[in-house]
Every structure is written in C-alpha cells, then in structure tokens.
Ligand binder design. Structure first.
Ligand code: PAF
Length: 282
C-alpha cells in the first residue's frame, strides 16, 4: 500500500488506474480505524479493483466545544490495518493541504434543511463541515464509487443528496452498521466510555430496536414511540438529544403509509455522545 499526503500524488495514482480501466472505490475516514471501518473496505470490494482510503480529522466538522483536539489519532496502526485489508492507497493530508486558506473562512458546501435537523440541531455547522470535506475529497480522489456507513444515517442521506444535486459522477454505497456482540454500534467515540458506561451503552440499540419492533408490528403513534424511546434512555442514565421516527428516504416526518422508516437517536452517556439508528421496511 502506498501512503501519500498530497493532492497531486493521490490524483496521479488514481488517474493511472482509471486510464488502465480499473474502477476505483474510495473509503473516507477520520482514522482510528476499527472493525466498522474494515467493513466499509469489505463492502468496497464488490465495486472495483483499486481501493483508496483517506485519513483526515476534519476540523470544519467539529464545534468549538467538541473533541477535535482529543479525537484519537492512530495513523501507524491505521496504515497497517488498511494494508492488511488490501487497500492500495492511503491518503493522509494535513489541514493546510485540505484548507490552504484556513478552514474557518473556507468555501463551503451546504445541504440546507437536512443539515439543520436531528444531529444538525445539536451540532450547528457540523454537517456543513462534513459535506464540504466530502465534496473536496470526492473531487480530489475522483473515485467511481465511495462507501459510507449506515451508522451515520443522516450523514449518508446528506451525502447522497449533495452528490445528486451537484451532479457528481460517483456511486454512493451504503454499508450496514457493525455492532459488538451486545448490540453497541462500533465507533471511535466508544473509547470515551468508562467500564460502567460501556456496560449500559447497548441500551441505545435496545431502545431503537424496541421502537422498530413496534413500527414493524403496525403501530403508528409516532410521538408515543418517540416518548417511550426517550424514557427508556433516561432510565439507563443517558442524556438524549433526540429519539425520532423519520422517513428513511429524506428524514422527513413519517406518514401512516410510509413503507421505509428509520428510528434515529443521539444520546450522551458520560463524556461520549453516541448515535445509532435502525431501519424498518414495511
Ligand atoms: O464519517 C466520518 O468518519 C466523517 O464524517 C467523514 C465522512 C470521513 C468526513 O470527515
């Protein structure tokens, strides 16, 4: 696996492969890789012959009181994991390479509306940072396809919308959430949990799965299902930001006849803010 840090080098490598007729699949990450990221690379395999992963902790998607400075950075371990998984190119730019004029005043890409609901309501500016960096990375790498995890369901929805509206010639592939045996979705931020909090953390998935079960059974009192989800999380010591039933296609409010729903939640447990979701197809 080659390791590159400049836009010029990543472009030259990818263009060479594409000229040779090879399809290139891209997995953007913020590093500190775990089995969830490895499953994105696994999903990539079905869509091409060459694989590029980026490692970039994007300052633009962190709020002023968030964990940008402390976000776990493990580049050497990440490089070994990517090489073992058959990745061809690891792109690890620094902040100046990605934001030559600084990240604060940089040109931005925003999907209005969708960026401001759910997590966007509690993390102002976060999704603008995500869509901006993903747009830049897709322009830099120019892949045929890019893989994103369903765990970040709102992020995935926003990226699909951005790619469609900006006519970007890339297929967006969704990879299912990878969970520990007790149901907790894998996340770099699970490291912030104490042992006691880690033992309680699967309650988030249980609450989402219970709500999905009620929806699958035909219940349509969405506010009652949301209230019960919030109550269950508070009973386990979480401080929930939201627990919401939405249409999976656009995260709009569900209707009685909606055939594809998603239940999403974000909740604080100790120092960690956990997010997760469960889809329901009727
Ligand atoms: O999901 C992530 O790790 C990040 O939000 C992403 C897509 C790599 C953009 O920084």
């Amino acid at each position: 696996m080659r390791r590159v840090t400049s836009i010029t080098d990543v472009r030259a490598a990818v263009r060479g492969w594409r000229e040779a007729g090879q399809r290139v699949v891209f997995v953007p990450t913020m590093g500190n890789l775990h089995a969830g990221h490895m499953s994105l690379l696994e999903a990539a395999r079905a869509h091409g012959e060459r694989f590029v992963a980026s490692i970039f902790v994007n300052p633009m998607q962190f709020g002023p009181n968030e964990d940008f400075a402390h976000y776990p950075r493990t580049p050497e371990r990440d490089a070994r994991m990517l090489a073992d998984a058959g990745c061809d190119l690891m792109f690890m730019p620094d902040v100046a390479e990605m934001y030559p004029y600084g990240s604060e005043g940089a040109t931005r890409v925003e999907v209005p509306g969708l960026s401001d609901i759910l997590c966007g309501e509690f993390r102002p500016g976060h999704f603008q940072g995500v869509t901006t960096v993903v747009c830049k990375l897709l322009h830099i790498v120019e892949p045929d396809a890019a893989v994103f995890g369903e765990k970040d369901f709102q992020q995935l929805t926003l990226i699909r919308r951005m790619v469609s509206e900006l006519c970007m010639p890339v297929a967006i592939i969704a990879a299912p959430t990878v969970r520990d045996a007790d149901g907790l979705a894998m996340s770099s931020r699970n490291q912030y949990l104490t042992e006691a909090e880690r033992a309680r953390a699967p309650a988030l998935y249980r609450a989402l799965a219970a709500a999905a079960g009620r929806l699958a059974a035909g219940e349509r009192d969405f506010p009652a299902i949301e209230r019960e989800g919030l109550r269950a999380l508070e009973a386990e010591g979480f401080r929930p930001d939201y627990f919401a039933v939405r249409r999976a296609v656009d995260l709009g409010p569900p209707e009685a006849g909606s055939a594809h729903l998603v239940v999403l939640s974000a909740a604080h447990l100790g120092k960690a803010r956990l997010i997760d979701n469960v889809q329901v197809r009727l």
